[in-house]
Ligand binder design. Structure first.
Ligand code: ADP
Ligand code: MG
Length: 577
């Protein structure tokens, strides 16, 4: 074994580079962040061969003073922090003073920069860690970085690079993220001479969303704001049909920094779960502003992870802001041809976006008068003997309720509708503090372990607010003495299991959160299931209750309550179009 010795500074920088410079996209991210920190209003990025050959970043920011240029490429040199306490309230995107040195140790770097005070610019070359002499060079005001032959001397790293188009896409993704949140700055991204992304300094958030998500989607995104202390939050969220299984369309920002934080992502899922199917993430732009001393961004070399001082406040704010905003979104309001004959009248003026086709139908309103010739407002339907008396609904497989409405056919999922009805009604009662409880003639008894029983009893007060009255009945038995009157289908044993799950997984949660969770679970448990036969009265009752909901597009789990097949859809199915 060799003796222990100190590593030379180039090797140290190359090791550090491993953490910061993973691929061309990381170079782009660090350099664009530097340009933003330097107050630039125009930032241009151009790559060749996915960045393996060349990465160029130009800005019109403050520039680097000639005497600082050497320091800028030296590790642990930064202009953004000076005393240790600065670390407690980081307001800039950079602060580690490591990026340029790291990049310069694994590539050929050329910097040319000019501050407003200088008449000429200064240039400096660094060749895989070997630093040259600063010299005069002509330069516009601002800074230009040129990075060539990234990882050329580090075959191990180079091997991990993907196809140029993939690397370029990752790099562009960083430019898009930063462009979304930094209004006032123009961004351009070019790959192999082709311009693939551009926003102008004067472009507002909607134009930026359009550039990133596409025009059609951006137009349908809903704006959500909440101003608060210590936290304010502004968001744009896309309609349910733009949700995806991966979180690639979720853009979370903290004080202008794009972050990927597990607890924030959980808050997002929690906040949108009524509107987005389980296991999906919405299209979302969400920018949080919090005083820098309330958050620690110095957790991870790439600075994409953060730690909040008041995690619960942040979590709660995000959840509530999203919920509140979503509740008033156009796609959360009542569907076309909403059920019940009085609602029929409303279709005259209602816009008619259907759940999966909001895009095509946005803004168009279908009125009874506008129906194509020869199509009656109610398609004649053969109604089976057993379904007589169910009004205009045809129940299929004891699950789906079909009905002709203006402009097409509406299909309701009976469980989803009932669940939503329960949720809305119960929530209203709870908010007014007047849940009607049905005392049980004979309390239902459920055997539990000692710990389970204790756990449930600690939450008894919260449960009672929701109309569930529990008490201990001996050492290991729980007695349920009452359940909400409107949830007659609640099965006591299943309810208790759910309560245990909630009490267990939300130990730290506030009573409000537990209450929300309970509402969800009770609404589902108290709903008719797919396959349950509903007699005419039960069906009518469900339909009637469903006709006056503040929102009834999706069930409490984000699945659609109703689906609309337009006449156009039907015509297509029969090759009439
Ligand atoms: P950090 O951003 O953490 O300070 P970097 O290694 O990224 O560390 O940059 C080192 C220093 O170089 C910065 O603190 C800044 O003073 C200067 N610098 C880097 N890029 C630019 C730029 N585009 N414009 C002006 N100054 C820059
Ligand atoms: Mg930096």
């Amino acid at each position: 074994m060799s003796r222990i010795h100190k590593l030379d500074s180039v090797v140290i920088d190359q090791i550090a580079a491993g953490e910061v410079v993973e691929r061309p996209a990381s170079v782009v991210k660090e350099m664009v962040e530097n340009a933003i920190d330097a107050g630039a209003t125009r930032i241009e990025v151009s790559l060749e061969e996915g960045g393996a050959r060349k990465i160029e970043v130009r800005d019109n920011g403050s520039g680097i003073a000639p005497e600082d240029l050497l320091l800028a490429v030296t590790s642990h040199a930064t202009s953004k922090l000076s005393v240790p306490s600065d670390l407690e309230a980081i307001a800039s995107l950079g602060f580690r003073g490591e990026a340029l040195a790291s990049i310069a140790s694994v590539a050929r770097l050329r910097v040319v920069s000019r501050t407003p005070e200088c008449r000429a610019g200064t240039a400096l070359e660094v060749n895989f860690g070997r630093i040259g002499e600063p010299h005069e060079a002509s330069s516009p005001k601002g800074t230009r970085f040129l990075v060539e032959d990234l990882f050329a001397e580090l075959p191990a790293r180079r091997k991990f690079m993907k196809r140029p188009s993939t690397e370029a896409a990752h790099a562009q993704a960083w430019v898009e993220r930063l462009a979304l949140v930094h209004e006032g700055i123009g961004f351009r991204f070019e790959h192999d001479g082709k311009l693939t992304f551009e926003v102008h300094p004067e472009d507002d958030l909607e134009s930026r969303c359009a550039a990133v998500f596409g025009k059609g989607l951006a137009k349908n995104m809903v704006e959500i704001e909440s101003q608060g202390d210590p936290l304010s939050c502004s968001a744009r969220i896309g309609p349910p049909e733009s949700a995806r299984r991966d979180a690639r369309r979720v853009h979370l920002f903290l004080n202008g920094r794009w972050v990927r934080d597990a607890s924030l992502l959980r808050a997002v899922r929690e906040g949108v779960k009524e509107f987005v199917p389980i296991g999906h993430y919405p299209t979302l732009f969400l920018a949080l502003h919090i005083h820098p001393n309330r958050v620690d961004v110095n957790v991870h070399p790439q600075k994409t992870e953060v730690r909040f001082r008041d995690e619960r406040i942040v979590f709660g704010t995000v959840v509530n802001t999203l919920r509140r905003g979503l509740a008033s979104a156009p796609w959360a309001t009542r569907a076309v041809g909403a059920i019940g004959s009085s609602a029929m009248q409303e279709t005259r003026s209602f816009p008619a976006p259907s759940w999966q086709r909001a895009d095509d139908l946005q803004g168009e309103s279908i009125s009874v008068e506008k129906l194509p010739d020869g199509v009656a407002p109610f398609l004649p339907m053969e109604v089976a003997e057993e379904d007589r008396g169910k009004g205009q609904f045809l129940s299929v497989a004891n699950t789906f309720l079909f009905r002709a409405v203006a402009g097409g056919v509406e299909i309701i999922d009976q469980h989803a509708l009932h669940e939503r009805v329960n949720l809305e009604e119960l929530r209203k009662e709870v908010q007014r503090g007047q849940v009607i409880m049905q005392p049980m003639l004979v309390p239902a008894l459920v055997d539990l372990s000692r710990t389970e029983l204790d756990l449930l009893l600690t939450k008894a007060e919260t449960f009672l607010k929701l109309g569930v009255d529990i008490e201990a009945f001996g050492e290991t038995t729980l007695a349920i003495r009452g359940v909400p009157a409107r949830l007659q289908r609640l099965h006591p044993e299943k309810l208790v299991r759910d309560l245990l799950d909630i009490a267990g997984s939300f130990r730290e949660a506030s009573p409000d959160q537990i209450q929300e969770e309970m509402l969800f679970s009770m609404s589902c448990r108290g709903a008719v299931m797919a396959g349950d036969h509903l007699d005419a009265t039960a069906l009518e009752d469900l339909i009637k209750r469903g006709a006056h909901l503040p929102q009834d597009r999706t069930c409490a789990h984000g699945r659609p309550v109703r689906v609309f097949l337009s006449i156009e859809d039907l015509e297509r199915a029969f090759y009439r179009r």
